[in-house]
Design a protein around this ligand. Structure first.
Ligand SMILES: Nc1ncnc2c1ncn2[C@@H]1O[C@H](COP(=O)(O)OP(=O)(O)OP(=O)(O)O)[C@@H](O)[C@H]1O
Ligand SMILES: [Mg+2]
Length: 182
């Protein structure tokens, strides 16, 4: 335990997430080594993703702490913000083309896409987007072989708030903005 270790809340999937100084520590999982090189490759291609910083003395993965406010606390996003998110996703996918696609048979996926052909984030949603001086998708643990369409549809659904009980017209408009701002 580090003196300045602080628990981070907001996620619900992957166990304990803590901040230590300007870093975040999360459990190391099977996919972590490849995901860390994927983050490095995206950054080398100009995508602003958390800097991967390897493993700490307690065997946890370490990534850069990104300052900002979760998009989840700002829903519904307005038109310009939705367009911005759509463009971010386009850039992530374009940069991902340069990363070798892992063998889907050896990759643990919660919701596998059909015919995966691209390394993708797979959880591009308001609960994983930090906004502020930088807009950065965090929580790359679910990254793995998928498709642009799957990743984009998931983002359109989550950012567009295409959920039961939401007004259909505004949800459809928001989904279109995510998908058309390419
Ligand atoms: N790199 C980071 N920089 C800043 N804050 C972060 C970072 N990574 C995680 N956090 C904070 O910690 C919270 C939980 O982290 P994260 O989303 O990675 O965990 P999770 O349990 O995998 O979540 P999820 O339920 O989305 O899968 C986030 O909502 C965010 O507030
Ligand atoms: Mg998360």
């Amino acid at each position: 335990m580090y003196d300045d270790e602080r628990e981070l809340t907001g996620g619900n999937a992957s166990g304990r997430v803590v901040r230590v100084g300007e870093t975040v520590r999360k459990p190391w999982i099977d996919n972590t080594p490849v995901v860390q090189s994927y983050l490095g490759a995206l950054r080398a291609r100009g995508v602003d993703a958390p800097n991967p910083l390897g493993c700490d003395q307690r065997g946890r993965q370490v990534v850069e702490y990104v300052h900002g406010a979760l998009a989840l606390d700002q829903l519904p996003l307005g038109r310009e913000d939705l367009l911005r998110v759509g463009r971010m996703i386009r850039r992530i996918h374009d940069a991902s083309e340069f990363f070798p696609v892992p063998d889907p048979d050896g990759w643990k996926m919660l919701l596998p896409a059909e015919n995966p052909n691209l390394m993708c984030h797979n959880d591009l949603a308001p609960w994983n987007l930090l906004t502020g001086d930088r807009w950065v998708f965090i929580d790359w643990d679910a990254a793995g072989p998928s498709t642009r369409l799957w990743d984009l549809a998931y983002a359109a659904q989550s950012f567009g708030m295409l959920f039961e009980g939401q007004p259909v017209d505004s949800a459809a408009r928001a989904c279109l903005l995510i998908g058309c701002s390419r």
